[in-house]
Design a protein around this ligand. Structure first.
Ligand code: NAG
Ligand code: NAG
Ligand code: NAG
Length: 358
């Protein structure tokens, strides 16, 4: 009391604030550290499976609530909550995955996407071919409940929204593989629309080695397997294709990171695959969607994935299919691009350098 009495009031307030901030930081740190420990400790994970409840920092998490409808219908507003949910409910305790909870898919908010009634500003879903655009479209349709469009007027079979000019309404997330905002789509020509004014973009990037391979398979693939055969890769067509198309990969990445100046979410394909919940959540935020745990669960688990090709033959390995010269051609492009984007998209540089093959 005596000491406080002699202190100037400002100092007391500052000290108080300082202590408050320290407590806050400590509380957040313990939460993160708790999650980190759980994530990295197998024995602890096994032990936790036998419990109903854990305390992490200041929050306690009750496993019996993992499937509680109040919890799963809560709008997620903190990354930490999502981490806890994901790791405890889905990975460790596992009351929440497709195998144990198939009936949860029946509670999904959107059973089937529809054309929306109102208008929304256009969002480009921009990517190089073979970078997971279709898979992302499926996920986004599940998350928004609204069909996605395309600037190409692809046949409606795959995506209902593709055959309709975006300007007619009904769709707002628009697939594009182009480095501009023009469309030559027939349905758009009919109504005199030639450009799409994207207000934002989701830009998917993927390892060019994988994306090029995937595109080549799409073009040359035998319809049965979906893969080009080994003879096609042995022929000059493959190296010729790689050298040509890698320029387009670089242009695409340059355009959407440098030339397109409106808000852009860079979706790293590799992360979408390994950290689906986090990426879906971040996209939800970017699109101003109020996604609940259940919405993310539904998007991740309740699709019948059509666009996730798996089980490549063993020989279809990028370290075999790209010889040293081809690697040099691709690596050079990656380096050039990393240099170009350094100023505006610093975050992207390490991502790009990760793609280098030695
Ligand atoms: C299309 O892009 C050009 C520049 O690339 C820009 O000047 C124009 O305003 C854009 N048009 C629309 C409708 O967004
Ligand atoms: C991006 O803009 C620059 C400067 O206007 C231009 O030189 C470059 O060709 C553009 N890049 C792409 C891929 O359109
Ligand atoms: C591809 O080949 C390399 C070297 O031969 C090997 O280390 C790697 O595991 C293979 N990758 C796959 C996905 O099979």
């Amino acid at each position: 009391m005596h000491i406080l009495g002699n202190m100037p009031r400002g100092t007391i307030v500052r000290s108080f604030l300082f202590i408050l901030i320290c407590l806050l930081v400590a509380s957040i740190a313990t939460q993160w550290y708790g999650i980190y420990i759980i994530q990295s400790n197998k024995i602890l994970q096994r032990h936790l499976r036998g419990l109903n409840k854990v305390e992490i920092g200041s929050s306690s998490w009750d496993f019996t609530q993992c499937t509680d409808s109040n919890i799963i219908n809560t709008v997620i507003d903190r990354t930490e909550d999502l981490r806890i949910f994901e790791h405890l409910c889905e990975r460790i305790y596992k009351p929440l995955n497709k195998e144990t909870q198939p009936e949860l898919c029946k509670s999904c908010r959107y059973k089937q996407p529809v054309f929306m009634k109102t208008k929304k500003p256009f969002v480009a879903l921009a990517s190089f071919t073979g970078a997971g655009n279709s898979w992302t479209r499926e996920l986004l349709e599940a998350l928004t409940g609204i069909y996605t469009g395309s600037i190409y007027g692809d046949p409606a079979g795959d995506f209902e929204g593709s055959s309709r000019c975006p300007h007619r309404g009904g769709v707002y997330i628009i697939k594009t593989h182009s480095t501009h905002n023009l469309t030559k789509m027939k349905d758009c020509q009919l109504i005199g629309a030639h450009t799409i004014d994207y207000e934002r973009a989701i830009h998917i990037i993927r390892n060019p080695y994988e994306a090029i391979l995937s595109t080549f398979n799409l073009i040359k693939g035998k319809s049965k397997t979906g893969f080009a055969d080994i003879e096609t890769f042995m022929s000059p067509r493959w190296p010729f294709y790689v050298r040509r198309i890698v320029n387009y990969w670089a242009r695409m990445t340059e355009y959407w990171t440098q030339n397109f100046t409106r808000p852009t979410y860079v979706l790293v394909y590799e992360r979408l695959k390994t950290d689906t919940y986090q990426e879906l959540y971040k996209i939800s935020r970017f699109l101003d969607l109020d996604s609940t745990y259940l919405d993310l669960f539904c998007a991740k688990n309740c699709l019948k994935p059509k666009y996730h090709r798996v089980d490549k033959p063993d020989w279809m390995n990028i370290s075999i299919l790209y010889d040293q010269q081809l690697k040099q051609a691709v690596n050079t492009r990656i380096f050039q691009l990393a240099n170009k984007v350094k100023q505006k998209s610093r975050d992207l540089v390490p991502e790009l350098k990760n793609y280098i093959q030695v």
